[in-house]
Unconditional design. Structure first.
Length: 261
């Protein structure tokens, strides 16, 4: 791909912003080989509709089936590593915090590759595959085993454990939504990266930032519903565009971070 040209005004906004909010979606992790949600219904799972498996009703009806599908997803993600897009976001956070300003990363992804890249100020809007939640006592445990030791997994109390993600028909965690709104309403730069901008409430975050006067930069390989609202739209993979953004904003080559899970 040819070199990405970053608008000077966008580079300046990144270099002086006092409160930066980044929203990421599946496009960022797809560059690491993480299957998108709808692509997870391939191979042996082709006969199942992912949107029907990712519901409380599906788990209640067949916890083993749903657990096996999520175990497949965990195994697929376990071998994936952060890409230059993840690393650039972590580097941007570090630079912003070092100058004493605010940074919040809102992610719709459940793979924790942002954490592996070194990001710290992360709000997981849809939870994470690497947590299990007991349907009986509601205790949450972190579990990085892939494959799972037992299917369906069970809590110490004996209750079934479900994936620690937000399913269709469920609300986002109150603490995540509150943190997101607080950050967006206070930001002076909003970056939306690799998200289709069709899944709410995250799809509405750009409108909130826009209403509060924050400039918006969109990084996506294709047009989305919020493209017409964005002050800048960069049509390139985040793994290419974000390192170029850092280089333009800070007049240096963005170093690659080596994160560990």
């Amino acid at each position: 791909m040819s070199q990405i040209e970053i608008p000077a005004a966008l580079a300046k906004s990144v270099s002086i912003a006092r409160s930066v909010v980044v929203l990421t979606g599946a496009g960022v992790s797809a560059e690491s080989g993480v299957p998108t949600f709808r692509d997870a219904g391939q191979g042996l799972w082709a006969k199942y509709d992912p949107m029907r498996l990712a519901t409380p009703e599906a788990f209640n009806a067949d916890p083993e089936l749903v657990s096996r599908w999520y175990d497949m997803r965990r195994q697929a993600i376990a071998s994936c590593r952060p890409n230059p897009g993840h690393q650039a976001i972590a580097e941007l956070e570090e630079r912003v915090l070092q100058r004493g300003d605010r940074f919040t990363l809102l992610t719709q992804n459940v793979d924790r590759l942002h954490h592996s890249a070194g990001s710290r100020r992360v709000v997981e809007l849809h939870g994470t595959l690497w947590k299990l939640r007991c349907v009986q006592c509601h205790a949450e445990t972190e579990d990085w085993s892939a494959p799972l030791r037992t299917i369906p997994p069970r809590c110490e109390c004996g209750g079934l454990q479900r994936p620690g993600v937000v399913w269709f028909g469920e609300s986002l965690p109150d603490e995540a939504i509150d943190a997101a709104y607080e950050a967006i309403e206070d930001c002076d730069l909003f970056l939306t990266i690799g998200t289709s901008a069709v899944v709410y409430p995250a799809a509405g975050f750009s409108q909130i930032a826009h209403a509060h006067g924050a400039p918006i930069a969109e990084f996506n390989v294709g047009e989305t519903p919020i493209s017409s609202m964005a002050d800048w739209s960069i049509r390139a993979p985040s793994g290419v565009a974000l390192p170029a953004l850092l280089a333009a904003a800070f007049n240096s080559r963005a170093p690659r971070r080596r994160g560990a899970r």
